[in-house]
Ligand binder design. Sequence first.
Ligand code: FES
Length: 106
Amino acid sequence: MPKITYKDKDGNSKIIEVENGLSVMEGAIQNDIPGIDADCGGAMACATCHVYVEEKWFDKLSKAEDAEVDMIDMANEPKRNSRLSCQLIVSDELDGLIVTTPEKQS
Ligand code: FES
């Protein structure tokens, strides 16, 4: 299974094996990763699953659709490498992905 690294603002990290087809958000929820609440359950309506994607991975992801970009604008401290983790579907290509939760979500 692909390994996803979840980091918090202090640099603490957890490496979790996440099943293909689940979202990065679902991997976090199933493993009690702090800072990813996913209040809307993945419906792109809350932005509480907002993460920063490590730069080297950012360009490998499928592009965010307009609705995701709009929701990221409402997230805490959005940056160029912001994504909603509920929209990142785990696959073998994402093995090694590193995401960091924003300070105010932690
Ligand atoms: S879980 Fe609500 S926007 Fe991702």
